[in-house]
Design a protein around this ligand. Structure first.
Ligand code: ADP
Ligand code: VHF
Length: 383
């Protein structure tokens, strides 16, 4: 039987001390828990934040940088230190770990995303724990996810993981930010992440975190819809929350997995790839795609936007401009422009390369979190 996969995402707030610097003791505790999970026969993929936190102090800064250049420089220094710590601690558990740095563009292109996936699967097959982080020292706004919650959810969906553990500094999702509202109560269980709950939460986060709880719930929705069960909670030095949760005894918030009904390819089409262009279709074509399971032919296409190429993912909108799905175009935009509205057997989007929208990734519309300001980061005094 295939070994179940657990994706563990550890946020900055669970890896740092009170000054925002990497806390090696906490990191060691997380690694010991992951070692225990592996001994229980799970494959583990770790998505770890903390690159910036591990680097800024060595750069001579007294606090976490706020500028893009400062963050990228801190990540360049810190990522190495972070992995060095992980390697030493994992070695004590008899586990090999591997660094995998990704940018969003690695997922936009089908062959690149397949390569990344194959590498991860190869590592897992050999018992290695891949440690993924966003490649912060090169990622800029349009190629960046901005937070590791989303990245972890996407990876969990692609690997068809069983469980996603989002480790943070709060023991779950509350009805309101518990740091601001003492009357907020813990939500133990959710069948799914509904719009109402998302709308009721604000974007507040811990001092060092990038996403906050709303981002975790958006990520949880991506994973849950892809058939992954999600748990959000807090791992303390005295509590093995990850182990307890996998043994169904953990506190925190659990979001159930939807039945796994979409393939990896559909998951990639609908969630991962930023569309390279848009096709507007008439009512007949919209009905054929949505109700009859047909492919899209040139006769149903009304307008083409963007300069996409063969194999790129495009949004498909109806005559009112509302998105009805996404698909992989078999032709480049400049060819479709010449044949649109004409009767032809050529298939523009094959039905096997098509995913209808109900909730096409909210995250794609979210703005990245990197601060583009040019102000100067705090320097260590006397330097
Ligand atoms: N409804 C809520 N329930 C729990 N935490 C919340 C809520 N709304 C906002 N938060 C904030 O989200 C923070 C955790 O997210 P974040 O700072 O991004 O952590 P991490 O670094 O672990 O990703 C909490 O410290 C809390 O301040
Ligand atoms: N990639 C960044 C962390 C980004 C991020 O998502 O942070 P967090 O919200 O603390 O999980 C880093 O390594 O510092």
């Amino acid at each position: 039987m295939k070994q179940p996969i657990v994706v563990v995402k550890i946020g900055t707030s669970s890896l740092v001390d009170e000054r925002g610097r990497l806390d090696k003791k906490r990191l060691a505790h997380h690694v010991a828990s992951i070692g225990e999970i592996k001994r229980k026969n799970f494959h583990v993929v770790l998505v770890s934040s903390g690159g910036i936190a591990a680097g800024f102090y060595e750069l001579g800064l007294t606090e976490r940088p706020r500028t893009l250049a400062g963050k990228q420089a801190a990540a360049a220094v810190g990522q190495g230190a972070l992995i060095q710590n992980y390697r030493e601690r994992f070695a004590e558990q008899g586990v090999i770990c591997a660094q995998v740095l990704l940018t969003r563009s690695d997922f936009d292109n089908r062959s690149r995303y397949r390569n990344a996936l194959q590498t991860l699967e190869y590592l897992l097959d050999r018992g290695v724990v891949p440690i993924i982080n966003e490649n912060d020292s090169v990622a800029v706004d349009e190629i960046c996810w901005g937070d590791n919650d989303t990245l972890a959810a996407l990876v969990a969906g692609l690997l068809q993981a069983e469980e996603l553990l989002l480790v943070t500094n709060t023991n779950g999702v509350y009805t309101d930010n518990p740091q601001k509202n003492p009357k907020a109560t813990l939500i133990h269980h959710l069948e799914s992440v509904g719009e109402e709950l998302l709308a009721s939460l604000d974007d507040s986060k811990s001092t060092l975190g990038s996403g906050g709880m709303r981002s975790k719930l958006l990520a949880a929705r991506i994973a849950s819809e892809a058939g992954v069960r999600v748990h959000i909670g807090s791992e303390q030095l005295e509590i093995d929350w990850m182990i307890q949760t996998l043994m169904q005894q953990g506190s925190g918030t659990t979001i159930e997995a939807a039945p796994r009904h979409i393939s990896r390819k559909e998951h990639w089409i609908s969630r991962h790839s930023a569309p390279a262009g848009q096709l507007q279709v008439d009512e007949g074509a919209a009905q054929a795609l949505l109700k009859e399971g047909s492919s899209l032919l040139p006769i149903g296409v009304v307008a083409v936007n963007g300069e996409f190429q063969e194999g790129d993912i495009v949004r498909v909108v109806d005559s009112t401009g509302v998105e009805i799905g996404r698909g992989m175009s078999r032709y480049a935009a400049n060819w479709i422009v010449q044949v649109l509205g004409r009767r032809s057997e050529d298939v523009v989007i094959h039905r096997n390369d098509w995913v209808a929208t109900p909730s096409v990734a909210t995250y794609l519309h979210r703005k990245p979190q990197m601060d583009l300001s040019t102000s100067v980061d705090g320097e260590e005094s006397g330097q």
